[in-house]
Structures are given as C-alpha cells and as structure tokens.
Ligand binder design. Structure first.
Ligand code: FRU
Length: 527
C-alpha cells in the first residue's frame, strides 16, 4: 500500500496533474480471487509468487493437458505431492475462468500399474469419437506418457508408452482407459509427451510425440488406435539435449492472409544460455508431414526459466495461449523455497510475424493481465536519458514497469536493494544485443549455473520506438521487449525486495510514457 501511495505522489510531482480517478482497469471487472485447497495455508511464504500459478505445496514441473472446456481453462501439471523434489509423477490440477485467477483442484491422475504419469495434453472430444461419452456430453480426454520405473530399472529401453483417460464432468473425475497403453514402445528410450489436436482438414486427431532426437506424428479416428505418419527433425534445429514436450499448431501471419504451422520443441540441455529451453520451427503441415525451410535455430525465450511450454486446445477466442514451467532442470530441485517448488510463466499469447529475415514468434502476456494492475504514468512526455532516471520504492517485487525508448540507443535498467543485490537488463541498440545479469541478484549459490554468467540474446528492434516491459513477482522477472519479440524469463531470489529503479542510457536514448504499476495478489485480494 505504501508503495502505491508513493507512486501516486510521485505521479503528481512529475505530471503536475491531480486526479482522484484511479487509472486501474480493474474497477469495472467483477472481483475474482483465486482459491487455495481448503487444507492448505499459504501463498504467503518468502519468494511465493502472488500472481503466477504455483502449486499449493510440493514439487511441480511441466504444464500438462492445457484445454478450455465449458467456461473453464484447465491447467494440469507434473506433480509430486510428497516432496519438494521430483518424484513419482501425478497430474496436479487447477482451473481458471479468466487465465488470471486460479482454483486448486484435487490431483487428477495417479500413477498405476503401467507407470508414472508423465507429460501430455487434453482434448474436448466433441464428436465423441472415443465413445467415452456422448455428443450431448462430450468427454474430456487426456493423453499422457506412462513411465515404468520397473522397466527402466531393469535396463529395458521400452519403459515409456502412451495412455489415455477420460472425464465426463469437465475434469472433476477421471477414468483410465482399460485398453491402455494406446501406443506401445518398440525400444525407443525417450518416447514421450503426446500433444494431440483435432485436424479439421483431414477430419482426424493428430499427435505430435518426441522420440529422443526427433518428433513423430501419428493420426487417429478415435484417440485409441494410432497410426504413425511421419518423422521430423533429426537433421534440423538444436540437438544439444533430448527433445521434449512438442506442440504443433497453425497461426495466421500477422498483417497478411498467410497461415503457417509452428512446431515447439523443448530441449534439455542445449538452450542458448544453458540448460533447458524451447526452440521452434515455422513451416507447413499437410495432415501427414511437417516441413520447413528454416535454417537457423529459433528460441521462444532466451531466459533460463521458461521450459516445457505448450499451448491451449479449444481456446474460445481462437487465441494461441502458451504457458511454460518457470524453471530449468539445471537447478530446479535446488532453488531456495521450502513449502513448494516453482511456478508457471504468465499465460502468454503467441503471434506469428514475418520480416526480411523470415518468420518469428512473439509471446506476450494476455491483455486480461491488466485487470490486476494498478498505477499511474510517471512520465507522460519523452525525456532524454542524459540524466539517468532514478526512483526509490517501498517494494518493487510485485510490479510492472513499461516504457518506450529509441531502438538504436543503448539503455540499462537496474533494480536493486539496500543489501547491494541487483538485476540488470541492457538493451544495446548499437551492438544489436540484449543482456540480462542476475549474477548479483540475491541467493545464487545453490547451483553453479544459476548465477554464473550474464545471459545474452540478439536484438533486432522494429519500428520507431521500442516498448520495454518488465514484470516482477517475488522470485521471477519476465522481460518483454518489442511486445514479446525479445523475451527473457528468469527466477531471482533477493534476500530483501528490490526497492530502487534506475534507467540510464546513451545520450541519444529517450524515455517515454513510463509507467510503474502495482500488481494485485490473485491469492489474497488485500495484498
Ligand atoms: C520435461 C519432462 C518431460 C517428461 C516430464 C517428467 O520437463 O522431462 O519430457 O514427460 O518432464 O516429469
């Protein structure tokens, strides 16, 4: 609250305007609060995200089964309910009416005789092709990987198979199919993470699956019998680690009539700044085969903490909404939290663009995020960065910063605290590079690769002005430059909240329409 008051008076001083009108968008919206499972206290711990999804307690990794059905956005996730490190996997479950607020639900899928429940997807089987429901009450069908620990321990390679389960009450209760597994394994060591979607053009289900160093595509009329169609990728893209969590979908190319297919592939290790990361291919899918003439490897995010991200099926507005796991296998099990481990990225809209260098994806927070922000514009008119912009705040760790700057200039944005901890973003127009430094961000010594190196990415701004947007939530920093063209997603663990903001730059750099906003907690309306 003190932070809000301070920002408010700063706004008065800077703009010279007085207004009792709050600029928040949230007034017109109904108040929705996320709910926590009844028996769990919390969402109050140090480092606990206040507006990102994290499990009520214990270990979480990949988002799974992202699907919209009947007013509900489902988020299932890789979950180990007995410890804060990875263990026998279940599918945890949460739902949202708006992709901002979440309600925790009971565990959806438990391990069984076929194995643990690894990552996968979910579909609304509208035509009841599976026969699990009826056309009046279409089933939700989850498609996932079974991982048999017994087979793995005995040295066999065929320990991952694909299974399905269905729900007739919009995800409340699940029944495993008695004919599981629906795809067996002929000796492929890493054979997992099915993403299934309805392919309207060929009127059948398509599955993207990964098999070590490539993707395989399958087709089915009923979600139970699958036919192998084709393979992609042995000679394409990055291969520094095993391929995981594929996703395949069609997107319009913004500003044109063209449509292309996008294939997301997570890889671990082998990401540009180390450990886990997500690459993508833009190409064509004819119902059988995916092809691309893309030569260079493209990454959805150059930060170290956006992995295993996939997109929603059946999104009612036709948007392609992405959620990633905000961690990295390099150090996921060592981060300094105790009650729970890790959170998801903010839900982001994917859009496809084209310039002389080819196609590229942007990922950017959904507009609904604005409903939980509150604040004022601090700089309504452009100023030169000859004099650095500096402000003190009570607490910047639940905030959003936005401003515009000149694309060719060098600027640097630093958040720091009185303990001398800091994170720094540098946007370097002159050398076409962006850098993110968390080497002195707080607790960094729980694993070597966490705070060792400054992260880098190529920077190719478009247009006369570039927007820089930074969203901080207790232990995460999400940076979007150029509306999601250049993204860094990272965890940080400061020993005390950041309180000082400093923006400096080359003399030709400008700063315009700068806003700092508080972001409300989705778990505690008063915070
Ligand atoms: C990705 C991943 C998946 C697998 C799951 C197991 O992070 O390794 O490939 O299904 O996690 O939890």
């Amino acid at each position: 609250m003190i932070f809000r008051i301070k920002v408010f008076f700063l706004a008065l001083m800077i703009t010279g305007l007085y207004s009792c009108k709050d600029e928040t968008n949230s007034k017109a919206e109904p108040v929705i609060t996320s709910t926590v499972a009844a028996d769990v206290e919390g969402y109050d711990e140090t480092y606990r995200p206040q507006f990102h999804f994290s499990p009520p307690e214990k270990w979480m990794n990949d988002p799974n089964g992202l699907v919209y059905n009947d007013g509900v956005y489902h988020l299932f996730y890789q979950y180990y309910p007995d410890d804060i490190v990875w263990g026998p996997m279940h599918w945890g479950h949460a739902t949202s009416p708006d992709m901002v607020h979440w309600t925790n639900k009971p565990i959806a899928l438990y391990p069984d005789d076929h194995g643990l429940i690894f990552s996968g997807s979910a579909v609304v089987d509208k035509k009841n092709t599976s026969g699990f429901g009826s056309e009046e009450n279409p089933p939700l069908v989850a498609i996932f990987t079974y991982h048999s620990m017994e087979k793995e321990k005995s040295g066999r390679l065929d320990y991952q198979t694909q299974g399905i389960a269905y729900s007739l009450d919009n995800g409340e209760n699940w029944t495993k199919y008695e004919g599981n597994p629906v795809i067996g394994n002929e000796g492929i060591k890493d054979f997992r993470d099915p993403k299934v979607f309805w392919h309207e053009e060929t009127f059948r289900w398509i599955m993207a699956l990964v098999a070590g160093d490539h993707a395989k595509f399958y087709a089915s009329a009923n979600l139970k019998e699958w036919e192998l169609l084709s393979e992609f990728g042995k000679q394409k893209g990055a291969h520094g680690g095993v391929w995981e969590c594929p996703d395949l979908f069609k997107l319009p190319v913004e500003g044109s009539e063209e449509e292309k297919w996008v294939l997301l592939i997570s890889i671990n290790p082998g990401a540009p700044n180390g450990g886990s990361g997500t690459q993508y291919f833009v190409g064509d899918f004819d119902g059988t085969t995916f092809t691309t003439d893309q030569m260079e490897t493209k990454w959805i995010d150059y930060g170290m903490d956006n992995y295993a991200g996939v997109t929603y099926n059946s999104e009612p507005n036709g948007d392609r909404i992405f959620i990633g796991w905000m961690s990295n296998w390099n150090y996921a099990r060592n981060t300094p939290t105790e009650a729970w481990r890790s959170s998801m990225t903010l839900p982001r809209k994917l859009s496809l663009h084209k310039n002389e260098g080819g196609y590229y994806l942007k990922n950017f927070p959904l507009t609904q995020f604005d409903r939980i922000t509150k604040g004022k514009m601090l700089l309504p008119r452009p100023v030169s960065l000859e004099v650095p912009f500096e402000r003190e705040f009570e607490n910047l760790s639940q905030s959003e910063l936005k401003f515009l700057t000149s694309p060719g200039a060098n600027i640097s944005v630093t958040y720091s605290n009185e303990g001398g901890e800091q994170v720094c973003l540098q946007v370097l127009g002159e050398s076409s590079e962006m850098l993110f430094d968390r080497t002195r961000s707080g607790i960094v010594d729980f694993e070597d690769s966490f705070g060792l190196a400054v992260q880098k990415q190529p920077y190719k701004p478009e247009g006369d002005l570039v927007q820089v947007r930074i969203i901080m939530d207790a232990s995460s920093v999400e940076i979007f430059v150029g509306e999601g063209k250049h993204v860094f997603t990272n965890q940080v663990f400061p020993k005390q909240p950041y309180t000082k903001l400093e923006i400096s730059g080359s003399p030709d750099a400008s700063l315009d329409v700068l806003m700092i906003r508080d972001v409300n907690s989705i778990w505690h309306p008063e915070k």
